[in-house]
Write a protein that binds this ligand. Sequence first.
Ligand code: SF4
Length: 358
Amino acid sequence: MKYKKYKIEEIKKNIAELAEGMGQLTIMEVCGTHTTNIRKYGIQELLPDNIRLISGPGCPVCVTPQKDIAAAISIADQDDVIFTCFGDMMRVPCGDTSLYSLYERGKDIRIITSPMDALRIAQDNPGRQVVYFGIGFETTAPLTAALIESADEWGVQNLSVLCAHKTIPQAIMQLLKSGSNIDALMCPGHVASIIGADAFSFVANELMLPAAVAGFEAYDIMAALLCIVRMLRKGERKCVNMYPRAVTEYGNREALSLLYKVFEPCDTLWRGLGEIKGSGLRLKERYRKFDAAHKFVLHLDDIREAEGCLCARILCGKSIPTDCVNFGRGCTPDRPMGACMVSSEGSCAAYYRYGGEK
Ligand code: SF4
């Protein structure tokens, strides 16, 4: 499908004209990069007052529940373990501790930039157990699958994965079918590049909401919003791919085939959303020897969240960061009290860096 190219000023004018007299419209985005860029580019400022953008469960660090953070801390605290993870996970608080506080106490915790770094570390340290903390959605899970497959192929025995990967469509389904006040959905371009735009057609066909797969530049986001508002105006319920330069109808077959060679769906817990059927990924039986949750004894003693923290409500679109009493007071990106302030893709961090609702 071909789309006419407008200037952002024209898109802004078109959205305002289409939205006039439509009452309050709430559009949810479910991607951490969208959350950040909406704030960073001041997209909310470009919209008429009756359109409100809210964030859903799209930040991988934020949706990882306390139980998994506690499991990571429990493993990283054990002797002879080298624990590896992405930098964002280091400062997620869990009770009185975090991976970073363990690191400060001398535990061997290493920030890596690719899961394959964990394989190299395992090969360089044959006498120690190396654990990779796998978090994120369909975008990062194929990389973890590649790590497992390589470790299996090369006979690496001292590597395992603490797997907290999740899949987005099931979470959207659960969140939006449970009587939310969301009028339309902006679908995540990164996830769609792997699973395909067609994987979000259920939003239109089953949830009866208009949806658009969006890219990440200001223009991409505004163009997707125009598409959504136009559908709302006309009463259309479709899922439109507004990011065709990166997203195809059926996604990246190679990445999906690797993903489902190593993983299988399972029920899993999300911060804020609870347990969602079929929304997790666990290692298939053949690869179970690489599962850190089976390899180590876990002590999940303290999974407290900070008092007053609204991360769980924010991830469901029921609150915004400025509703939280800790926002900007006790809780800042330098001293985060909750996951949504830790990650650069978290709503609280985005509001803190780039400003509040309007
Ligand atoms: S401001 Fe901090 S404490 Fe409040 S919801 Fe956000 S992360 Fe949680």
